[in-house]
Design a protein around this ligand. Structure first.
Ligand SMILES: O=C(O)C(=O)C[C@]1(C(=O)O)C=C[C@@H](O)C=C1
Length: 272
């Protein structure tokens, strides 16, 4: 089985791919999230793993747009506890480090820690582990990485500080993507991710939320994203949790009829 991820061994995406698909899965690493989405849409891989939101840094908005544009299906979700660690080539101390490189989401999660070291510049890079590997391969001094302890071990770096994320309980929600499938097999879904492109009417969002709340569906996430060909109009990505699939389906029908276009990205099992 081929699994597409952004990143290399030691990255958090790599960890999720192993946790979900086992050690024997063939994990194919890409440099960008877009390449992952494209690979899954072309069925060059069976599944893709994509981070979608983090409990400290918030949503990764461009990834919502990718799921939509490449017409992908959300098959499942996975919540990974994230512990970030500050690391560098052996034999250096924090005072030697002038810049730290990592994935932008990782930097956001550790911003507070670096406030005490104003001499260290924070620089966006591809993914957490690839910085660790580059530091090792090119024997780069004075540069630190933020990555998992697994990455420090694989790439032989020294830990300068552990668990440096702003809040110790830190989670990233990942989604497992595949090409559209209508057959859910044996899965009994109790969660769905949908996009509603609403008519621009006064009070319409409040009315939609009332319909959802009165139906007893649990709205676990709502995120607006711009409709790119209609400036200042927005679509809403909504996650819904439910006990009764029929109630959920009935609400979807009402939303389609009264509120606007609905695109269902996936129906799956809540893993929170
Ligand atoms: O760089 C990595 O190791 C990743 O897997 C990327 C990523 C992200 O996209 O949010 C995954 C989890 C953490 O939140 C930080 C970075």
């Amino acid at each position: 089985m081929k699994i597409a991820i952004q990143g290399i061994p030691g990255s958090f995406h790599h960890q999720v791919a192993i946790n979900c698909f086992g050690q024997d899965a063939e994990i194919i690493g890409f440099r960008t999230f877009e390449e992952v989405a494209r690979c899954v849409s072309q069925v060059a891989c069976d599944f893709g793993v994509l981070a979608i939101e983090n409990s400290i840094a918030g949503a990764i908005l461009p990834n919502y747009e990718l799921i939509d544009r490449y017409n992908l299906t959300i098959k499942d979700e996975y919540y990974l506890p994230i512990s970030h660690n500050f690391m560098c080539l052996k034999g250096q101390s924090i005072a030697d480090i002038t810049e730290v490189r990592s994935h932008p989401m990782a930097l956001l999660q550790c911003k507070k820690f670096f406030e005490q070291y104003p001499q260290i510049k924070l620089i966006d890079d591809i993914d957490t582990a690839s910085v660790a590997r580059r530091i090792r391969d090119e024997r780069i001094k004075n540069v630190g990485a933020i990555a998992s302890k697994t990455a420090a071990k694989i790439y032989g770096l020294e830990l300068l500080a552990e668990n440096i994320q702003t809040v110790k309980d830190n989670f990233t929600r990942f989604i497992i993507l595949q090409k559209p499938v209508l057959d859910l097999g044996f899965i009994k879904p109790n969660k769905a991710s949908i996009k509603v492109t609403m008519k621009n009417e006064k009070g319409i969002l409040a009315r939609l939320l009332t319909v959802i709340s009165e139906s007893e569906l649990d709205l676990s996430k709502i995120q607006s994203i711009p409709v790119i060909d209609k400036p200042w109009e927005y679509a809403f990505f909504i996650d819904l949790q439910f006990d009764d699939y029929k109630v959920y389906q009935a609400v979807i029908e009402v939303v389609k009829k009264e509120f606007g276009d609905v695109k269902v990205f996936g129906e799956y099992v809540n893993r929170k």
